[in-house]
Ligand binder design. Structure first.
Ligand code: UDX
Length: 474
């Protein structure tokens, strides 16, 4: 059985299907888009999801859900890289139905169909990494739109990948990492997707497939806003021949409910909000490295030491798998007496496993964010006018960092080995009254731009209306 768990709207209304890539940084924006389409556009929504990182339908009573077999082998699900999981998923989803396997095409065919509770689906909105799903939709005549959960700059980089290979920038050579890319300012070779870290052939294939998905789609939705990345959006509009290219972001601000809270794969600890209430305005450094980035135990101790001695209040998210190779609870790996010390010293610090991040960043007490610069974290920080220290690790994080620092001037990279002294210096540069003043000023200006795109008649509101109209026209 396909297992559609709940109905949506009445007959005559439009319905859309959405299918996120099953990772936190992709699920959150897709469900936020679903929320915006449902709440604002009056569309009913069916969410397709895999068993791997499955969503909990009971948390989203206004949406319908259907599970799609993903075929990710247990060992890959447990220990594979994202690239391996995406690869396994697409390979399995290309398969035909058999006695032991329901093809994605058959799942789609049954979910698309109308019943007493649901109108027929007008289109499918998918993550760009799900090419196999798009092919299945195409074979059923179902239009597809792609939601790009990264920046416009990131997508425009993907589009440039073949050129970057042709011109010899890629695969990157150690000696040329700091060379500027005159075709893609302000990026350098070092800032390109995955450069330096991963197997280039796998990355090349994943990006080529993502671009194929985008080019084959009927429309493209990007989680950004027009005023943030004008040249990058223009480049995309010039290069991708689809019916609509819409900058509908920041999605967490367009969605009527807190989807990040509800779609969170880890339980958010809300006790930190009460703690923030006791702290002075703009005084707290929020430290979180998203859902995947990690560090080794030496780095972890350097961070703990620096936060302890920096003198600034801090809220630190220590995800259960933040420290590589640690399976014990992370707090047991903190330096002796760390928690007692931060508690006793005027309750200067707080450590939690997972935060309600959007609420934390919106809290008046938070004055800075030390982040891995995932795109959601970056957008969420920009939306609240919070300046950043960026510590990028992989994927689009390096290029996001470059934009934060060079294009928008609302943060800077902490580069090199993670050492206590360097971290303390970076914290002073961000949080210091004088040192951080310029960053704060620019962050506040950028926050006003975000507020502008969200006002009635603002660019993202207009784009959302266009998207609803476009879906209605299909
Ligand atoms: C991944 C990649 O790392 C990133 O580069 C890419 O842009 C998207 O996919 P992730 O590591 O999950 O992303 O980071 P990010 O994009 O910042 O998304 C994290 C999400 O988790 C955000 O929506 C954030 O609000 C949420 N979060 C984070 C929490 O709810 N609690 C936390 O404590 C930390």
């Amino acid at each position: 059985g396909v297992g559609v768990t709940r109905g949506g709207g009445g007959v005559g209304r439009r319905r859309v299907l959405v299918f996120p890539l099953p990772f936190e940084g992709h699920i959150n924006p897709m469900l936020q888009l679903a929320g915006a389409l449902h709440g604002r556009g009056g569309l009913s929504v069916t969410v397709l999801h895999t068993r791997f990182n499955a969503l909990d339908p009971s948390l989203h009573p206004e949406l319908a859900f259907a599970e799609v077999p993903d075929g990710v082998p247990p060992d890959v699900a447990a220990a594979g890289s994202i690239a391996e999981i995406i690869h396994a998923m697409n390979a399995a989803m290309e398969g035909e139905s058999s006695p032991t396997w329901t093809s994605v095409r058959d799942v789609l065919a049954s979910v698309v169909a109308a019943d007493e509770e649901k109108p027929p689906a007008a289109c499918l909105i998918i993550d760009a990494n799900l090419l196999a799903v798009q092919k299945a939709a195409a074979s059923l005549g179902l239009p597809t739109l792609v939601l790009r959960t990264g920046s416009a700059a990131c997508l425009s980089c993907f589009l440039a990948y073949p050129m970057l290979h042709e011109k010899g920038y890629l695969p990157p050579k150690e000696s040329r990492l700091y060379e500027p890319l005159k075709e893609l300012p302000p990026l350098r070779i070092r800032d390109l997707f995955y450069s330096g870290q991963a197997n280039h052939e796998i990355i090349r294939e994943i990006l080529a497939r993502a671009i194929e998905t985008v080019r084959n789609s009927d429309g493209l939705v990007i989680n950004t806003f027009d005023e943030l990345e004008p040249p990058e959006l223009e480049r995309i509009r010039g290069e991708v021949d689809v019916a609509v290219v819409l900058a509908v972001g920041p999605l967490h601000k367009l969605s009527p409910v807190d989807y990040a809270g509800r779609s969170s794969l880890l339980r958010q600890d809300h006790s930190c909000i009460e703690w923030l209430d006791t702290q002075a305005t703009g005084s707290v450094l929020y430290v979180s490295f998203g859902s995947l980035a990690s560090m080794d135990s030496d780095e972890f101790l350097e961070v703990a030491g620096a936060l302890h001695s920096s003198g600034h209040p801090f809220l630190w998210v220590i995800r259960p798998d933040l420290v590589r190779g640690s399976h014990a609870t992370t707090s047991t790996r903190l330096p002796d007496g760390f928690e007692r010390a931060v508690e006793e010293e005027g309750r200067r610090g707080k450590v939690i496993h997972w935060a309600p991040q959007q609420q934390v960043l919106a809290h008046h007490a938070v004055g800075g964010f030390w982040t891995h610069a995932g795109w959601n974290s970056t957008l969420e920080s920009i939306s609240e006018g919070v300046p950043m220290i960026c510590r990028p690790q992989f994927a689009d994080q390096m290029m996001n960092t470059r934009y934060v620092q060079e294009a928008w001037g609302v943060g800077f990279e902490l580069e090199g080995e993670l050492k206590r002294g360097e971290i303390e210096r970076a914290i002073r540069k961000l949080m210091g009254e004088k040192e951080g003043a310029g960053l704060r000023e620019r962050a506040e200006k950028l926050r006003k731009k975000v507020a502008g795109c969200l006002e009635s008649g603002g660019s993202s509101q207009v784009a959302l209306d266009k998207l609803v109209k476009y879906i209605a026209s299909l």
